[in-house]
Design a binder for this molecule. Structure first.
Ligand code: ADP
Length: 385
């Protein structure tokens, strides 16, 4: 079949899907979107839009019926339905077999252990009664508890003091199955996006480093290439590529990594889709993460992942103090800056800390990137329209 005629079906109509469509429009590709929200970021860009829950098997089947290849831009989908469709012969990338493992943080940790992917020490618990016995075995003053399923953007994750929880088990924040992890004292949080095509070829994007907003637990500034030196950069890419090799199937994967104080790299988790840590690739790399995914879905060769310039990315979050229709304060000043690209996700309303858009920044040096990013971060704000 002519690859350019393959209709791509996407579960989810958020900003990641939107940028996948936008970056594919040069190739005039066909996108069908399934999403519960009628006025989602993809609504006006899709060739065909199906309104429905990503958990509704019948709607997923409707999407599959009009698509030649399926993918997803969010992990919270009906994986059982996708597994059935795959068995029936539908092409789903990445395979729902991979998604099913990733959806469960416990299975992810076991996968790393089994495949010799470096990741922190952990224990799986079924209920609160098991916590006190296992926490001391992690051997760290603090530890991290994560619900095995259903968490996102830091929800379902708690950094806790080991002794305090042992002394006061009533302070355990989660019921049910959890992963308890050793706390890794990070020098930096890194991410490497890895693409694997349908023939098994692998390409990794240059690593990025991130800064987090400790309250919202969202990335506030991302820098690429990460300032870690070539040895750690190469090691980070090697670990991420090995992980994707072990996943054993095509797709675009974002590997989140911790670099500890001693310079050791640990895998935190992997996302089987385009990722916040790759938004800058639209302007900063020869091939963006979104175009790379489109190529993988269509069976085309991977493109060059090389960085064209030093790059940064700032998330634009809804202001904490209002909800409703919005405009951007200081858009004029930011528009005059060289190498600064404002992206808006077509969200009808601003809400506190909601991801509303992002700004990519290119410059000759990382110092210049940071200078521009700081201006953007402190000036470009969502205000009531
Ligand atoms: P989510 O999937 O919701 O993004 P993560 O597992 O990525 O959750 O955890 C969110 C954040 O919590 C990480 O980016 C990191 O800052 C911190 N964190 C998670 N696990 C650990 C760990 N083992 N040691 C130290 N910090 C951690």
């Amino acid at each position: 079949m002519n690859p350019l005629k393959k209709r791509i079906g996407v579960l989810g109509g958020g900003q990641l899907g939107r940028m996948l469509i936008q970056e594919s429009s040069r190739l005039n590709l066909h996108f069908n979107i399934l999403e519960a929200e009628a006025n989602c970021p993809c609504a006006l860009l899709a060739n065909q839009f199906i309104q429905g829950s990503l958990l509704d098997e019948a709607k997923i089947r409707d999407l599959a019926a009009i698509s030649d290849v399926l993918t997803y831009e969010i992990e919270h989908v009906n994986t059982e339905a996708l597994l059935k469709l795959e068995k029936e012969g539908h092409t789903i990338i990445p395979s729902p077999r991979i998604l099913q493992m990733i959806q469960d943080k416990g299975l992810q940790k076991e996968f790393y252990l089994k495949n010799n992917i470096p990741s922190g020490k952990f224990f799986l618990v079924e209920n609160k009664a098991e916590w006190s016995r296992l926490i001391p075995l992690l051997g760290s003053e603090k530890f991290v508890a994560k619900t095995r399923k259903g968490g996102y953007d830091g929800k379902g994750v708690a950094i806790l003091n080991s002794q305090e929880i042992i002394n006061n088990p009533d302070k355990i924040p989660f019921e049910g199955p959890c992963v308890l992890e050793e706390f890794i004292a990070c020098q930096k949080e890194l991410a490497v996006i890895v693409a694997r095509d349908q023939d098994g070829n692998i390409a990794s994007f240059p690593s990025i480093e991130m800064e987090f907003d400790p309250i919202a637990n969202l990335v506030t500034l991302l820098i690429s290439p990460a300032r870690v030196g070539s040895i750690i950069e190469e090691k980070a890419e090697e670990i991420a590529r090995n992980l994707v090799q072990a996943l054993d199937g095509p797709g675009l994967f974002a590997v989140e990594l911790f670099l500890d104080q001693a310079g050791t790299i640990f895998v935190n988790e992997v996302a089987p889709r385009p990722h916040n840590s790759g938004h800058h690739t639209i302007e900063a790399c020869y091939t963006s993460q979104y175009e790379q995914l489109a190529r993988i879905l269509l069976g085309l060769p991977l493109g060059s992942t090389e960085l064209v310039k030093a790059a940064g990315m700032v998330n634009l979050l809804g202001a904490p103090d209002f909800s409703g229709s919005y405009q951007l304060e200081n858009l004029d000043a930011v528009s005059k800056m060289e190498g600064v690209y404002v992206h808006l996700y077509a969200k009808a309303e601003s809400k506190p800390m909601r991801k509303m858009g992002h700004v990519s920044i290119l410059a000759n040096t990382i110092d210049e990137v940071i200078e521009k990013a700081n201006y953007v971060r402190t000036h470009l704000k969502f205000v009531k329209d």
